[in-house]
Ligand binder design. Sequence first.
Ligand SMILES: [Zn+2]
Length: 268
Amino acid sequence: MHRAQLESFRKRLAEAQNVVVLTGAGVSAESGIPTFRGAGGLWRRYAATDLATPQAWQRDAGLVWEFYNYRRTLMGDKAPNPAHKALAGLEQRWTAAGRRFDLVTQNIDDLHFAAGSQAVLRLHGSLWLVRCLACGEVEENRQVPITSAYEGSGSPDIDAPQRRFSEADLPHCSCGGILRPHVVWFGEGLDARILRAAQRAVEACSLLLVVGTSAVVYPAAAVIPLARQHGACIAEVNLETTPATGLVDYHFAGRAGEVLPEMLAGLP
Ligand SMILES: [Zn+2]
């Protein structure tokens, strides 16, 4: 990391009254959270794009829950890493000073909350929220297995026996409706309220920090131009350069868990 660049960034950050952080999969990768996207991201013979869709749910809701139940199981021993902790520390410091701080994340693992972050807007929902298809109620649900029928299921092995789940095996709301993961699937729109809140925060921010996301997919892709349009200083932390790198003021290359603590330490 270039010392001069680092000093310059810290100075801009120290002056920033409103900070927005946008995070993606790169932040959680160091906690061992698989994304099931891209090469090697298969569960049995399925890519996430085959399972995290309304079509897959229509075809076989039991299989979709088996996949999410497996993802919940994987979270069991996962903990926030130094990147999550550095961001939680930044929020604490900023809000204690009466400044504004918002964290917008594309991740569904809730590790930002586990690290102590409070102002978190979850663009893509959460592995730990369920939504009733009948009454629309969204609630936290940390049951693993999601119902007793899923005990011992979910092996990612391609030869795993295909179990069939009946409607009675699925999780149900107290109203009797079926519960689905409260996660935004491919082809679904985002929660308009959360999207609007994220837009307002970005429009008002004086510094935007983009961490662990290439921001090529909407709405993340719109965040950098929006911040730019409103005159914010923009910094990016990523393993590689991204399509957004040309638009940012600072690009810090490396793992978020190593780079962020260094960037955020020793603020003037
Ligand atoms: Zn219900």
